[in-house]
Ligand binder design. Sequence first.
Ligand code: FAD
Length: 464
Amino acid sequence: MNLAAAKAALAHLDLDENPASVKSKSRDFFWYSPVLKARLDHVVADFVVSPRSEAEVIEVLRTCYAHDVPVTVRGAGTGNYGQAMPLAGGCVMHLKHLDKIREIAPGRVVAEPGIVIRELDAQTRAASGQELRMMPSTAATATLGGFIAGGSGGVGSVRWGALRDLGNIIRLRVVTMEAEPQIHEFTGEELHRVSHAYGTNGIITEIEMPLAPAYDWVSGFVTLPDFEMAAAFGAALAAEDGILLKLVTVCEAPIAEAYFQRFKGHVTPEDTTAIVMVAPHAMPAFETFLARWPAAKLIFRSDAPDWARDPGPAYEYGWNHTTLRALKVEPRITYLQVRYHGPDYLETIARVRAHFGSELMQHLEVMRENGQIIYAGLTLVRFTTEERLEDIVRIHEDMGAMIFNPHRYTLEEGGRQSADARQLAFKREADPKGLLNPGKMIAWDVPDWSYETIYAYAGMRAAQ
Ligand code: FAD
Protein backbone atom coordinates (compact mmCIF):
# COMPACT_ATOMS: atom_id res chain seq x y z
CA MET A 1 0.00 0.00 0.00
CA ASN A 2 1.49 3.34 -1.04
CA LEU A 3 -0.44 5.69 1.24
CA ALA A 4 1.68 8.75 0.60
CA ALA A 5 1.18 8.54 -3.17
CA ALA A 6 -2.59 8.03 -2.80
CA LYS A 7 -2.97 10.95 -0.40
CA ALA A 8 -0.89 13.23 -2.62
CA ALA A 9 -3.02 12.34 -5.64
CA LEU A 10 -6.25 12.99 -3.69
CA ALA A 11 -5.07 16.14 -1.89
CA HIS A 12 -7.32 18.41 -4.00
CA LEU A 13 -10.45 16.59 -2.70
CA ASP A 14 -12.11 16.92 0.74
CA LEU A 15 -9.37 14.93 2.52
CA ASP A 16 -9.22 14.56 6.30
CA GLU A 17 -6.13 13.33 8.15
CA ASN A 18 -6.95 14.74 11.57
CA PRO A 19 -6.33 11.75 13.90
CA ALA A 20 -9.39 12.39 16.10
CA SER A 21 -11.86 12.70 13.23
CA VAL A 22 -10.27 9.82 11.26
CA LYS A 23 -10.70 7.67 14.35
CA SER A 24 -14.33 8.65 14.83
CA LYS A 25 -15.07 8.03 11.11
CA SER A 26 -13.51 4.58 11.47
CA ARG A 27 -16.08 3.41 14.01
CA ASP A 28 -19.71 2.41 14.00
CA PHE A 29 -22.05 0.92 16.62
CA PHE A 30 -19.95 -2.29 16.82
CA TRP A 31 -19.66 -1.74 20.58
CA TYR A 32 -23.23 -3.01 21.08
CA SER A 33 -21.50 -6.37 20.98
CA PRO A 34 -18.94 -7.17 23.70
CA VAL A 35 -17.49 -9.74 21.28
CA LEU A 36 -16.90 -7.15 18.54
CA LYS A 37 -15.82 -4.51 21.05
CA ALA A 38 -12.97 -6.79 22.18
CA ARG A 39 -11.83 -7.42 18.60
CA LEU A 40 -12.40 -4.13 16.74
CA ASP A 41 -11.91 -1.33 19.24
CA HIS A 42 -8.45 -0.42 17.87
CA VAL A 43 -9.46 -0.31 14.20
CA VAL A 44 -8.60 2.98 12.46
CA ALA A 45 -8.19 4.19 8.88
CA ASP A 46 -5.24 6.23 7.59
CA PHE A 47 -7.34 8.96 6.04
CA VAL A 48 -10.92 9.93 5.19
CA VAL A 49 -11.97 11.33 1.83
CA SER A 50 -15.43 12.75 1.13
CA PRO A 51 -16.13 12.90 -2.63
CA ARG A 52 -18.53 15.53 -3.90
CA SER A 53 -19.74 13.69 -6.99
CA GLU A 54 -19.77 10.28 -8.66
CA ALA A 55 -16.81 11.47 -10.74
CA GLU A 56 -14.85 12.03 -7.51
CA VAL A 57 -15.92 8.59 -6.23
CA ILE A 58 -14.41 7.14 -9.40
CA GLU A 59 -11.24 9.20 -8.94
CA VAL A 60 -10.82 7.92 -5.36
CA LEU A 61 -11.34 4.31 -6.44
CA ARG A 62 -8.98 4.60 -9.41
CA THR A 63 -6.27 6.22 -7.28
CA CYS A 64 -6.57 3.78 -4.37
CA TYR A 65 -6.56 0.87 -6.81
CA ALA A 66 -3.34 2.13 -8.39
CA HIS A 67 -1.67 2.42 -4.97
CA ASP A 68 -3.16 -0.73 -3.37
CA VAL A 69 -5.01 1.23 -0.67
CA PRO A 70 -8.10 -0.48 0.85
CA VAL A 71 -11.34 1.54 0.66
CA THR A 72 -14.17 1.19 3.19
CA VAL A 73 -17.23 3.23 2.33
CA ARG A 74 -19.20 4.98 5.07
CA GLY A 75 -22.70 6.39 5.24
CA ALA A 76 -23.34 7.55 8.80
CA GLY A 77 -21.64 4.68 10.65
CA THR A 78 -24.74 3.51 12.54
CA GLY A 79 -24.33 -0.17 11.59
CA ASN A 80 -24.00 -2.59 14.50
CA TYR A 81 -21.56 -5.17 13.21
CA GLY A 82 -18.44 -3.16 12.41
CA GLN A 83 -19.60 -3.15 8.76
CA ALA A 84 -18.17 0.31 8.15
CA MET A 85 -14.88 -0.27 10.03
CA PRO A 86 -11.66 -0.40 7.99
CA LEU A 87 -10.06 -3.58 9.34
CA ALA A 88 -6.93 -3.19 7.21
CA GLY A 89 -6.69 0.60 7.55
CA GLY A 90 -6.37 2.65 4.35
CA CYS A 91 -9.12 4.97 3.14
CA VAL A 92 -12.58 5.58 4.54
CA MET A 93 -14.71 7.06 1.77
CA HIS A 94 -17.40 9.12 3.48
CA LEU A 95 -20.43 9.83 1.30
CA LYS A 96 -21.84 12.76 3.28
CA HIS A 97 -21.71 15.13 0.27
CA LEU A 98 -23.66 12.76 -2.02
CA ASP A 99 -26.94 13.80 -0.45
CA LYS A 100 -29.16 15.02 -3.30
CA ILE A 101 -32.54 13.84 -4.49
CA ARG A 102 -32.58 13.54 -8.28
CA GLU A 103 -36.25 12.75 -8.95
CA ILE A 104 -39.51 12.34 -7.07
CA ALA A 105 -42.33 10.67 -9.01
CA PRO A 106 -45.55 8.81 -8.15
CA GLY A 107 -44.44 5.67 -6.29
CA ARG A 108 -40.68 6.23 -6.46
CA VAL A 109 -37.68 8.41 -5.67
CA VAL A 110 -34.18 8.58 -7.13
CA ALA A 111 -31.51 9.77 -4.68
CA GLU A 112 -27.81 9.80 -3.94
CA PRO A 113 -26.63 7.34 -1.27
CA GLY A 114 -25.42 9.81 1.36
CA ILE A 115 -28.82 11.40 1.98
CA VAL A 116 -30.05 10.99 5.56
CA ILE A 117 -33.26 8.96 5.52
CA ARG A 118 -35.34 11.40 7.59
CA GLU A 119 -34.28 14.22 5.25
CA LEU A 120 -35.24 12.11 2.22
CA ASP A 121 -38.66 11.45 3.74
CA ALA A 122 -39.13 15.14 4.57
CA GLN A 123 -38.43 16.09 0.94
CA THR A 124 -40.59 13.38 -0.67
CA ARG A 125 -43.39 14.20 1.79
CA ALA A 126 -43.24 17.94 1.00
CA ALA A 127 -43.06 17.39 -2.75
CA SER A 128 -45.53 14.55 -3.17
CA GLY A 129 -47.12 13.34 0.09
CA GLN A 130 -45.03 10.15 -0.08
CA GLU A 131 -42.38 8.48 2.10
CA LEU A 132 -40.11 5.43 2.03
CA ARG A 133 -41.93 2.15 2.60
CA MET A 134 -39.51 1.24 5.40
CA MET A 135 -36.69 2.79 7.36
CA PRO A 136 -34.33 1.81 10.13
CA SER A 137 -35.15 3.22 13.56
CA THR A 138 -31.96 5.29 13.06
CA ALA A 139 -33.66 7.24 10.23
CA ALA A 140 -32.72 10.54 11.93
CA THR A 141 -29.01 9.90 11.26
CA ALA A 142 -28.57 6.89 8.92
CA THR A 143 -28.11 7.24 5.16
CA LEU A 144 -30.08 5.57 2.40
CA GLY A 145 -26.93 3.93 0.96
CA GLY A 146 -25.92 2.55 4.37
CA PHE A 147 -29.43 1.14 4.86
CA ILE A 148 -29.31 -0.70 1.54
CA ALA A 149 -25.73 -1.95 1.89
CA GLY A 150 -25.79 -2.67 5.63
CA GLY A 151 -29.38 -2.81 6.90
CA SER A 152 -32.27 -5.19 6.45
CA GLY A 153 -35.64 -3.61 7.20
CA GLY A 154 -37.34 -1.97 10.13
CA VAL A 155 -40.12 0.55 10.65
CA GLY A 156 -42.58 -0.29 7.85
CA SER A 157 -41.57 -3.97 7.58
CA VAL A 158 -44.83 -4.93 9.33
CA ARG A 159 -46.52 -3.88 6.10
CA TRP A 160 -43.86 -4.22 3.40
CA GLY A 161 -41.49 -7.00 4.49
CA ALA A 162 -37.72 -6.65 4.29
CA LEU A 163 -35.41 -4.76 1.94
CA ARG A 164 -34.43 -8.01 0.23
CA ASP A 165 -38.05 -8.77 -0.77
CA LEU A 166 -38.92 -8.26 -4.41
CA GLY A 167 -39.97 -4.71 -5.19
CA ASN A 168 -38.51 -3.02 -2.12
CA ILE A 169 -35.49 -1.69 -4.05
CA ILE A 170 -36.02 -0.66 -7.69
CA ARG A 171 -32.56 0.13 -9.05
CA LEU A 172 -28.98 0.61 -7.88
CA ARG A 173 -26.16 2.33 -9.72
CA VAL A 174 -22.79 0.89 -8.72
CA VAL A 175 -19.15 1.84 -9.32
CA THR A 176 -16.45 -0.87 -9.29
CA MET A 177 -12.86 -0.70 -8.02
CA GLU A 178 -10.70 -1.52 -11.03
CA ALA A 179 -7.83 0.15 -12.86
CA GLU A 180 -10.60 1.97 -14.70
CA PRO A 181 -13.75 1.81 -12.51
CA GLN A 182 -16.90 0.73 -14.34
CA ILE A 183 -20.50 1.85 -13.77
CA HIS A 184 -23.30 -0.73 -13.59
CA GLU A 185 -27.07 -0.29 -13.28
CA PHE A 186 -28.72 -3.19 -11.45
CA THR A 187 -32.40 -4.16 -11.27
CA GLY A 188 -34.26 -7.42 -10.56
CA GLU A 189 -32.15 -10.44 -9.60
CA GLU A 190 -28.95 -8.39 -10.04
CA LEU A 191 -29.83 -6.12 -7.08
CA HIS A 192 -28.76 -8.80 -4.65
CA ARG A 193 -25.17 -8.64 -5.89
CA VAL A 194 -24.64 -5.41 -3.96
CA SER A 195 -27.59 -4.92 -1.60
CA HIS A 196 -26.56 -5.98 1.92
CA ALA A 197 -22.98 -6.59 0.72
CA TYR A 198 -21.36 -4.07 3.12
CA GLY A 199 -19.70 -2.25 0.21
CA THR A 200 -17.40 -5.23 -0.39
CA ASN A 201 -17.96 -5.32 -4.13
CA GLY A 202 -18.91 -1.86 -5.33
CA ILE A 203 -19.92 1.62 -4.29
CA ILE A 204 -23.61 2.48 -4.71
CA THR A 205 -23.84 5.99 -6.17
CA GLU A 206 -27.54 6.24 -7.05
CA ILE A 207 -30.61 4.53 -5.65
CA GLU A 208 -34.17 4.25 -6.90
CA MET A 209 -36.61 3.28 -4.16
CA PRO A 210 -40.37 2.69 -4.08
CA LEU A 211 -42.48 5.13 -2.06
CA ALA A 212 -45.75 4.74 -0.15
CA PRO A 213 -48.31 7.37 0.90
CA ALA A 214 -47.04 9.41 3.87
CA TYR A 215 -49.22 9.82 6.98
CA ASP A 216 -48.97 11.61 10.29
CA TRP A 217 -48.57 8.23 11.94
CA VAL A 218 -50.08 8.01 15.42
CA SER A 219 -47.73 6.54 18.01
CA GLY A 220 -49.61 4.32 20.47
CA PHE A 221 -48.35 2.62 23.63
CA VAL A 222 -50.40 -0.29 24.93
CA THR A 223 -49.86 -2.27 28.14
CA LEU A 224 -50.75 -5.91 28.60
CA PRO A 225 -50.44 -8.01 31.76
CA ASP A 226 -48.82 -11.03 30.13
CA PHE A 227 -46.07 -11.50 27.52
CA GLU A 228 -47.64 -14.38 25.62
CA MET A 229 -50.90 -12.46 25.41
CA ALA A 230 -48.95 -9.45 24.09
CA ALA A 231 -47.19 -11.57 21.44
CA ALA A 232 -50.56 -12.93 20.30
CA PHE A 233 -52.02 -9.40 20.39
CA GLY A 234 -49.24 -8.02 18.14
CA ALA A 235 -49.57 -10.86 15.64
CA ALA A 236 -53.37 -10.57 15.55
CA LEU A 237 -53.20 -6.80 15.11
CA ALA A 238 -50.76 -7.11 12.21
CA ALA A 239 -53.02 -9.73 10.61
CA GLU A 240 -55.88 -7.20 10.47
CA ASP A 241 -55.40 -6.40 6.79
CA GLY A 242 -57.59 -3.29 6.92
CA ILE A 243 -55.65 -1.53 9.70
CA LEU A 244 -52.76 0.40 8.19
CA LEU A 245 -49.74 0.00 10.49
CA LYS A 246 -46.09 1.01 10.35
CA LEU A 247 -44.80 -0.56 13.55
CA VAL A 248 -45.77 -3.28 16.01
CA THR A 249 -43.16 -3.82 18.75
CA VAL A 250 -43.64 -6.08 21.78
CA CYS A 251 -41.40 -5.62 24.83
CA GLU A 252 -41.55 -8.06 27.70
CA ALA A 253 -41.89 -6.70 31.25
CA PRO A 254 -39.93 -5.00 32.75
CA ILE A 255 -38.27 -3.48 29.63
CA ALA A 256 -40.54 -0.41 29.48
CA GLU A 257 -40.45 0.32 33.19
CA ALA A 258 -36.73 -0.34 33.57
CA TYR A 259 -35.29 1.25 30.42
CA PHE A 260 -37.78 3.71 28.87
CA GLN A 261 -37.19 6.80 31.01
CA ARG A 262 -40.24 8.70 29.78
CA PHE A 263 -42.54 5.77 30.59
CA LYS A 264 -41.75 6.12 34.31
CA GLY A 265 -44.94 6.59 36.30
CA HIS A 266 -47.05 5.30 33.40
CA VAL A 267 -46.09 1.61 33.55
CA THR A 268 -45.32 -0.91 36.27
CA PRO A 269 -42.54 -3.55 36.29
CA GLU A 270 -45.25 -6.12 35.48
CA ASP A 271 -46.41 -4.41 32.28
CA THR A 272 -45.54 -5.84 28.90
CA THR A 273 -45.86 -3.17 26.22
CA ALA A 274 -46.98 -3.16 22.62
CA ILE A 275 -45.76 -0.09 20.73
CA VAL A 276 -47.55 0.72 17.50
CA MET A 277 -47.65 3.26 14.68
CA VAL A 278 -51.10 3.53 13.14
CA ALA A 279 -52.31 5.65 10.21
CA PRO A 280 -54.64 8.38 11.53
CA HIS A 281 -57.62 7.18 9.51
CA ALA A 282 -57.09 3.64 10.92
CA MET A 283 -57.31 4.75 14.57
CA PRO A 284 -61.08 4.03 14.90
CA ALA A 285 -60.48 0.49 13.59
CA PHE A 286 -57.50 0.14 15.92
CA GLU A 287 -59.67 1.19 18.86
CA THR A 288 -62.28 -1.37 17.81
CA PHE A 289 -59.55 -4.02 17.74
CA LEU A 290 -58.37 -2.91 21.20
CA ALA A 291 -61.88 -3.24 22.62
CA ARG A 292 -61.74 -6.93 21.70
CA TRP A 293 -58.70 -7.35 24.00
CA PRO A 294 -60.09 -6.17 27.36
CA ALA A 295 -56.73 -6.63 29.14
CA ALA A 296 -54.96 -4.29 26.68
CA LYS A 297 -54.83 -0.64 27.75
CA LEU A 298 -53.89 2.25 25.45
CA ILE A 299 -51.82 4.40 27.83
CA PHE A 300 -50.58 6.99 25.31
CA ARG A 301 -51.52 8.20 21.85
CA SER A 302 -49.56 10.92 20.12
CA ASP A 303 -52.65 12.50 18.52
CA ALA A 304 -54.10 13.17 22.01
CA PRO A 305 -51.02 13.33 24.25
CA ASP A 306 -51.59 13.46 27.99
CA TRP A 307 -48.12 12.77 29.41
CA ALA A 308 -46.20 15.62 31.02
CA ARG A 309 -43.08 14.74 28.98
CA ASP A 310 -43.35 13.96 25.25
CA PRO A 311 -41.98 10.43 24.81
CA GLY A 312 -40.91 11.09 21.20
CA PRO A 313 -41.69 8.93 18.17
CA ALA A 314 -42.73 5.33 18.75
CA TYR A 315 -40.11 3.96 16.37
CA GLU A 316 -37.32 5.22 18.60
CA TYR A 317 -38.46 2.59 21.13
CA GLY A 318 -38.46 -0.21 18.55
CA TRP A 319 -35.94 -2.20 16.52
CA ASN A 320 -32.43 -1.63 17.85
CA HIS A 321 -33.45 1.50 19.75
CA THR A 322 -34.88 -0.85 22.39
CA THR A 323 -31.37 -2.27 22.86
CA LEU A 324 -29.85 1.22 22.93
CA ARG A 325 -32.22 2.38 25.66
CA ALA A 326 -31.56 -0.78 27.71
CA LEU A 327 -27.78 -0.67 27.52
CA LYS A 328 -27.72 3.00 28.47
CA VAL A 329 -29.31 1.96 31.79
CA GLU A 330 -27.68 -1.46 32.16
CA PRO A 331 -24.34 -1.48 30.26
CA ARG A 332 -23.85 -5.26 30.34
CA ILE A 333 -26.88 -5.74 28.10
CA THR A 334 -26.33 -6.90 24.56
CA TYR A 335 -28.69 -8.54 22.09
CA LEU A 336 -29.46 -11.26 19.58
CA GLN A 337 -31.23 -11.13 16.23
CA VAL A 338 -33.70 -13.98 15.97
CA ARG A 339 -36.20 -15.00 13.32
CA TYR A 340 -39.27 -16.88 14.51
CA HIS A 341 -41.31 -18.23 11.66
CA GLY A 342 -43.28 -21.29 10.60
CA PRO A 343 -46.79 -22.17 11.79
CA ASP A 344 -45.74 -22.59 15.46
CA TYR A 345 -43.71 -19.42 15.87
CA LEU A 346 -45.61 -18.24 18.96
CA GLU A 347 -44.97 -21.61 20.63
CA THR A 348 -41.25 -21.39 19.75
CA ILE A 349 -41.07 -17.94 21.34
CA ALA A 350 -42.81 -19.24 24.48
CA ARG A 351 -40.43 -22.22 24.74
CA VAL A 352 -37.33 -20.05 24.31
CA ARG A 353 -38.58 -17.63 26.93
CA ALA A 354 -39.38 -20.38 29.42
CA HIS A 355 -35.94 -21.92 28.93
CA PHE A 356 -33.87 -18.81 29.65
CA GLY A 357 -35.83 -16.96 32.31
CA SER A 358 -34.44 -13.57 33.33
CA GLU A 359 -31.10 -14.02 31.48
CA LEU A 360 -32.99 -12.85 28.37
CA MET A 361 -35.73 -10.29 27.88
CA GLN A 362 -37.94 -10.76 24.86
CA HIS A 363 -38.30 -7.92 22.37
CA LEU A 364 -40.26 -8.77 19.23
CA GLU A 365 -40.90 -6.89 15.99
CA VAL A 366 -43.68 -7.93 13.65
CA MET A 367 -42.61 -8.39 10.01
CA ARG A 368 -44.39 -9.57 6.91
CA GLU A 369 -42.62 -12.41 5.07
CA ASN A 370 -44.03 -13.95 1.90
CA GLY A 371 -47.51 -12.82 2.85
CA GLN A 372 -47.28 -14.24 6.40
CA ILE A 373 -46.88 -12.53 9.76
CA ILE A 374 -43.64 -13.47 11.52
CA TYR A 375 -41.70 -12.10 14.47
CA ALA A 376 -38.15 -10.86 14.40
CA GLY A 377 -36.64 -10.99 17.87
CA LEU A 378 -34.09 -8.43 19.00
CA THR A 379 -33.74 -10.24 22.29
CA LEU A 380 -32.01 -8.41 25.15
CA VAL A 381 -29.28 -10.54 26.72
CA ARG A 382 -27.68 -10.05 30.14
CA PHE A 383 -24.14 -10.76 28.98
CA THR A 384 -21.77 -12.84 31.09
CA THR A 385 -19.16 -14.52 28.85
CA GLU A 386 -18.57 -15.12 25.14
CA GLU A 387 -18.90 -18.86 25.77
CA ARG A 388 -22.31 -18.42 27.34
CA LEU A 389 -23.39 -16.17 24.46
CA GLU A 390 -22.42 -18.96 22.03
CA ASP A 391 -24.45 -21.43 24.11
CA ILE A 392 -27.46 -19.11 24.00
CA VAL A 393 -27.19 -18.91 20.19
CA ARG A 394 -26.93 -22.70 19.87
CA ILE A 395 -29.88 -23.34 22.20
CA HIS A 396 -32.04 -20.96 20.11
CA GLU A 397 -31.09 -22.84 16.96
CA ASP A 398 -31.78 -26.20 18.61
CA MET A 399 -35.24 -24.92 19.55
CA GLY A 400 -36.04 -24.01 15.94
CA ALA A 401 -35.32 -20.26 15.98
CA MET A 402 -33.01 -18.84 13.32
CA ILE A 403 -30.17 -16.57 14.51
CA PHE A 404 -28.54 -13.76 12.50
CA ASN A 405 -25.55 -13.36 14.76
CA PRO A 406 -24.89 -9.68 15.58
CA HIS A 407 -21.59 -10.61 17.26
CA ARG A 408 -19.77 -11.19 13.97
CA TYR A 409 -18.28 -8.73 11.49
CA THR A 410 -18.48 -10.86 8.35
CA LEU A 411 -21.38 -11.03 5.92
CA GLU A 412 -21.61 -14.80 6.12
CA GLU A 413 -21.52 -15.20 9.92
CA GLY A 414 -24.07 -12.41 10.43
CA GLY A 415 -26.26 -14.06 7.78
CA ARG A 416 -26.93 -17.67 6.92
CA GLN A 417 -23.42 -19.08 7.64
CA SER A 418 -22.75 -19.69 3.96
CA ALA A 419 -21.15 -17.88 1.05
CA ASP A 420 -23.39 -15.81 -1.22
CA ALA A 421 -22.35 -16.96 -4.68
CA ARG A 422 -23.79 -13.88 -6.43
CA GLN A 423 -21.97 -11.41 -4.19
CA LEU A 424 -18.72 -13.36 -4.45
CA ALA A 425 -18.97 -13.64 -8.24
CA PHE A 426 -19.52 -9.89 -8.55
CA LYS A 427 -16.62 -9.16 -6.21
CA ARG A 428 -14.31 -11.15 -8.50
CA GLU A 429 -15.40 -8.87 -11.33
CA ALA A 430 -15.68 -5.57 -9.49
CA ASP A 431 -12.83 -5.69 -6.97
CA PRO A 432 -10.07 -7.88 -8.43
CA LYS A 433 -7.48 -6.77 -5.87
CA GLY A 434 -9.84 -7.34 -2.91
CA LEU A 435 -9.47 -3.75 -1.70
CA LEU A 436 -13.12 -2.97 -0.93
CA ASN A 437 -13.93 -3.28 2.81
CA PRO A 438 -11.41 -6.11 3.34
CA GLY A 439 -12.11 -8.88 5.85
CA LYS A 440 -15.90 -8.75 5.64
CA MET A 441 -16.49 -11.52 3.06
CA ILE A 442 -15.03 -14.83 4.27
CA ALA A 443 -15.68 -16.53 0.91
CA TRP A 444 -13.18 -14.14 -0.69
CA ASP A 445 -10.45 -14.77 1.92
CA VAL A 446 -10.95 -18.43 2.88
CA PRO A 447 -13.30 -20.20 0.44
CA ASP A 448 -13.48 -23.44 2.48
CA TRP A 449 -14.15 -21.85 5.87
CA SER A 450 -16.07 -24.24 8.18
CA TYR A 451 -17.90 -21.67 10.39
CA GLU A 452 -17.08 -23.76 13.48
CA THR A 453 -15.30 -20.88 15.22
CA ILE A 454 -15.48 -17.10 14.95
CA TYR A 455 -13.62 -15.89 11.84
CA ALA A 456 -10.54 -13.76 12.50
CA TYR A 457 -9.45 -11.78 9.43
CA ALA A 458 -5.71 -12.36 8.95
CA GLY A 459 -5.21 -8.94 7.34
CA MET A 460 -6.57 -7.02 10.35
CA ARG A 461 -4.09 -4.41 11.51
CA ALA A 462 -2.80 -5.02 15.00
CA ALA A 463 -3.52 -2.48 17.73
CA GLN A 464 -0.78 0.17 17.96
P1 FAD B 1 -23.09 2.68 7.64
O1 FAD B 1 -23.05 2.10 9.02
O2 FAD B 1 -22.22 3.85 7.37
O3 FAD B 1 -22.76 1.56 6.58
C1 FAD B 1 -23.37 0.30 6.61
C2 FAD B 1 -22.66 -0.61 5.61
O4 FAD B 1 -22.96 -0.18 4.30
C3 FAD B 1 -21.13 -0.58 5.70
O5 FAD B 1 -20.62 -1.85 5.40
C4 FAD B 1 -20.72 0.40 4.62
O6 FAD B 1 -19.41 0.11 4.15
C5 FAD B 1 -21.79 0.14 3.58
N1 FAD B 1 -22.12 1.28 2.74
C6 FAD B 1 -22.52 2.51 3.15
N2 FAD B 1 -22.80 3.28 2.08
C7 FAD B 1 -22.56 2.53 0.97
C8 FAD B 1 -22.63 2.77 -0.43
N3 FAD B 1 -23.05 3.93 -0.92
N4 FAD B 1 -22.28 1.78 -1.28
C9 FAD B 1 -21.87 0.57 -0.82
N5 FAD B 1 -21.78 0.28 0.50
C10 FAD B 1 -22.13 1.26 1.39
N6 FAD B 1 -30.81 -1.44 10.80
C11 FAD B 1 -31.94 -1.85 10.19
O7 FAD B 1 -31.87 -2.41 9.08
N7 FAD B 1 -33.17 -1.62 10.76
C12 FAD B 1 -33.31 -0.97 11.94
O8 FAD B 1 -34.43 -0.73 12.37
C13 FAD B 1 -32.12 -0.55 12.62
N8 FAD B 1 -32.21 0.07 13.83
C14 FAD B 1 -31.03 0.48 14.43
C15 FAD B 1 -31.10 1.15 15.69
C16 FAD B 1 -29.94 1.56 16.33
C17 FAD B 1 -30.05 2.30 17.64
C18 FAD B 1 -28.68 1.32 15.73
C19 FAD B 1 -27.41 1.77 16.38
C20 FAD B 1 -28.60 0.67 14.50
C21 FAD B 1 -29.77 0.25 13.85
N9 FAD B 1 -29.72 -0.37 12.59
C22 FAD B 1 -30.87 -0.80 11.99
C23 FAD B 1 -28.45 -0.48 11.88
C24 FAD B 1 -28.15 0.78 11.02
O9 FAD B 1 -28.50 1.94 11.73
C25 FAD B 1 -28.92 0.81 9.72
O10 FAD B 1 -28.76 -0.36 8.98
C26 FAD B 1 -28.56 2.04 8.87
O11 FAD B 1 -29.42 2.07 7.77
C27 FAD B 1 -27.13 2.07 8.38
O12 FAD B 1 -26.94 3.28 7.69
P2 FAD B 1 -25.58 4.09 7.81
O13 FAD B 1 -25.66 5.25 6.88
O14 FAD B 1 -25.26 4.41 9.20
O15 FAD B 1 -24.58 3.00 7.23
